[in-house]
Design a binder for this molecule. Structure first.
Ligand SMILES: [Zn+2]
Length: 108
């Protein structure tokens, strides 16, 4: 079985969960593979998942903004966005394969 920590360029298992979590999405520069030196990013699954998570967080933020009436409202809104960020990073760390970036300015 192909590991999700395998470089899409050279096939070496040169990523770990931590490094993959911060490799970024399709439109970022990604992280460099230690074996071949080419850039790798998290693929479409990561992009779709984080979009869904951030939309959910946005709904929470709007709900609290309009319905909330406690002094903790801003903490909840901040917490929702922070949670969305953490959940997205966790997804990137443990799910979804690495792919080649679609940006071509990272090849220089
Ligand atoms: Zn590589």
């Amino acid at each position: 079985m192909k590991s999700i920590y395998t470089c899409p360029h050279c096939g070496a298992k040169s990523f770990n969960p931590w490094k993959k979590a911060f490799a970024g999405g399709l439109h970022t520069k990604g992280k460099v593979c230690l074996n071949c030196g080419q850039h790798c990013v998290n693929g479409t699954a990561s992009m779709v998942f984080s979009a869904v998570v951030y939309i959910a967080a946005l709904i929470v933020v709007l709900y609290v903004y309009f319905k909330g009436n406690s002094i903790w409202d801003y903490a909840f809104m901040l917490g929702a966005v922070a949670a969305a960020y953490v959940i997205s990073r966790l997804f990137d760390a443990f799910f979804g394969p690495l792919v080649k970036p679609i940006r071509n300015d990272v090849l220089s």
